[in-house]
Structures are given as C-alpha cells and as structure tokens.
Design a protein around this ligand. Structure first.
Ligand SMILES: N[C@@H](CCC(=O)N[C@@H](CS)C(=O)NCC(=O)O)C(=O)O
Length: 368
C-alpha cells in the first residue's frame, strides 16, 4: 500500500484548513505534520524554497504548494466524491466562491485575529514553532514571527479608518450565512464543494477558532459554527453529488454582499495590473504587491470608506480560474453562468480582458 498524503500545516492556518477539509471529505488518508521550526528547515524550505504552509506531499513524493493546485491535483486523482459540482454554472460559481473565500474573507479574518486575538495567536505561533520551549520563550518567538502576518493588514486595506466597516460587513455575512444554513447544509446544497472548503479556511481557522472571534460566531451565527463542526468531521451528512446547479435562493444575498466591494476592486486592480504585467519579462517571478490603488469598502452603507490597498498579482491567478471555467462552457451553459454572475454583481469579472497571464512555476507566481 502506498503511504498516505502528508500535509505540512498548523491548525491556525487559513489555507491548511481549506485543504484539510477537502482531503477529509474525499476520505483521503493523510498525515498532518505540524510545521515547527524544524519542519520548516528540514522539509518546507528544501522543497519549496520559501517559508509557507500548507504544503502537500503526495504518496509518490510530489510536492504541491498552493491550495488551488492541491485541490486540482486531488480532484483529478480522486474524483469521487467530487469537490467541484458537475454543472457548468455551479463550477464557475465555485471558482468565484474560492476567490472570495481565499482572498476577500481575508479582511475580517486578518482584522479579528490581529486586532482582537493578539495574545492568543502570539502564544500559539510560539508553541507551533518551538513546541519544546518554555511558555516565556514561545511568547518571545511568537512576537518575533507575528509582524510577518500582522503587517498584511495595511496592504489589505484594513486600517483604523476601515476597521468598523470590515466588522459591520463581517457581521452581516455571518447573519446571511446563518440564514442560508437553516435551509441547506452546505453552500451549494446537499454536499460540500470547493466554495465550502475555501470559506471554511478563514471561518474556521481564524474566525471560529480564535477565542474572541469564536465567541462572536457562536453567539450570533450558531448554524455557521455547526457547518464548521460538520466539515471538520469530514461532512458525514453530505450526499455526494447533491450540489445544486445554481445557487440556492439563500446564497444570493451572501454572494451579493461579498461581491459589492470585491468586484469593483478586482476590476480596477486587474486593469492596473494588466498594464504593469505587460512590462514584466515572461517567466519572471512576480512580487507579492505591485503598487497600490484606492478601494471603496462598505458601499451604500453608513460606514462607506475609501482606503489604499495593494495591487496583488496573485489575484490574477484566482481570476483566471473563474474565467477559464467560464470559457470552457458550451454556449447555453455560458449564458446561464453569465446570468448567475450578473445576479450577484460579478458579471464584470467575466469580461476583464487578460492579455497577459500569470502562472505558477517552482512554487512562485510568474508572468506566463
Ligand atoms: N494562496 C496560498 C496561500 C498560502 C498562505 O498564504 N499561507 C500562509 C499561512 S495560512 C503562509 O504561510 N504565508 C507565508 C507567506 O505568505 O509569506 C494557498 O492557497 O495555499
């Protein structure tokens, strides 16, 4: 028997949570190895070249970094139960949900972690890194590692001027998800799919598990906490293949809320990044940020605010996944997918022209 998958991760990692939920649902045997200082030095850096989790090692020894690539790989090798719905509309929506879960729910996830759970997470970072050290030493180490993550807040546009807006929108999201889960066990109906795994990342690893955030979720949105518990247990209540072809009624308000500020941000970001990317040599590693732009958060609410946000070339990678899924559809399904995205305010994402593309090579984002 071949050895199982190995996952290098930590429990408080957003993206480790995403792929863990996917592996658990697919009933794929895997061993999770806690990413301590030793594991970073001996396993992650030699394989990937830079410090990041999660990292997946396949039974035949292949290294996979980036949860989108991991999902693609396990879906291709182990198609049952499916992580992607079969219908074209639901597939396009799944990649939109993945983009939202991976990159947009990051705002509340990072805000609540670093502005409301600092002591908890610093201690946890220290424990994860140096499990054998004393609590005082772990705290010292945790405080040393913390800025590398906390410093993401400003590029994301989470600054004192926007914190109340981020909180307002997160609480509204919890309310809408709680209503949705009263009617359906998973985002697209009877079985979890890519969107569930991507939402689970921030909602479990940060917003349920960090204690001060967890208290808010359990009090305000107990059905979201219940969905988290079910996904953590491998979604045993799921009926594989029962994901719907179109979003259930109660998912529309969730999508509309998330897309309200996200879609105009991605449209503006893509236009700026396209001119910049055209000047980058093919195959060149791309930086994490490529300038800044002004984005509006909390549109049409009393807390509407404009802030600076970095331009993230990685967002193009996620956008390509949505567009590629759309462009692969036959014309009748493409029409239906366009209608669905129009219904949630995301149609503009389909029409952004990507003259220059990005790809991942040797675990780095490069111009294609
Ligand atoms: N897009 C990547 C993101 C991975 C990621 O951001 N991981 C975090 C922990 S949850 C990390 O280790 N980041 C280190 C870094 O980006 O420098 C994925 O889907 O795997």
């Amino acid at each position: 028997m071949s050895p199982p998958y190995r996952l290098f991760g930590v429990e408080c990692s957003y993206y480790a949570a995403k792929i863990r939920a996917c592996l658990a649902y697919k009933r794929l045997p895997f061993i999770e190895v806690q990413a301590s200082r030793r594991v970073y030095a001996e396993e992650i850096l030699p394989r990937v070249g830079w410090p990041v989790v999660p990292v997946l090692i396949t039974p035949d020894g292949e290294t996979v970094q980036d949860t989108s690539d991991m999902v693609d790989l396990v879906e291709a090798r182990h198609p049952e139960p499916p992580a992607l719905p079969t219908g074209g509309v639901a597939r396009v929506l799944s990649y939109l949900l993945e983009f939202l879960g991976d990159e947009w729910i990051k705002l509340p996830a990072m805000h609540y972690r670093w502005n409301h759970n600092y002591d908890f997470i610093v201690a946890e970072f220290g424990r994860n890194n140096d499990p054998e050290a004393s609590p005082a030493e772990q705290w010292r180490v945790g405080e040393k590692i913390a800025p590398r993550f906390r410093d993401w807040l400003v590029p994301l546009g989470v600054v004192p001027a926007s914190e109340a807006t981020v909180e307002q929108d997160y609480l509204a999201l919890l309310d809408l998800l709680d209503t949705h889960f009263a009617a359906h066990p998973y985002l697209l109906g009877g079985a979890p799919t890519l969107g569930d795994f991507a939402f689970f990342g921030p909602l479990y690893a940060h917003l349920e598990r960090d204690p001060n955030s967890g208290a808010i979720m359990h009090a305000r949105a107990p059905r979201v906490a219940d969905w988290i518990a079910r996904l953590r247990a491998g979604a045993e209540d799921a009926v594989p293949g029962a994901a719907l072809q179109a979003p259930p009624d109660s998912l529309w308000p969730v999508l509309r809320l998330l897309c309200r500020d996200f879609v105009p941000m991605v449209v503006a970001e893509t236009r700026s990044l396209q001119s910049w990317l055209a000047t980058q040599p093919v195959g060149e590693e791309l930086p994490r940020h490529a300038g800044q732009h002004r984005v509006r958060l909390g549109r049409d609410t009393p807390r509407e605010v404009e802030v600076e946000r970095a331009l993230f070339p990685y967002d193009l990678f996620m956008l390509q996944r949505v567009q590629d899924a759309f462009q692969a559809l036959p014309s009748d399904e493409a029409r239906a997918a366009r209608d669905a995205l129009a219904g949630c305010g995301a149609e503009a994402l389909l029409d952004l022209h990507l003259a220059a593309r990005v790809t991942r090579r040797d675990f780095r984002l490069v111009r294609a």
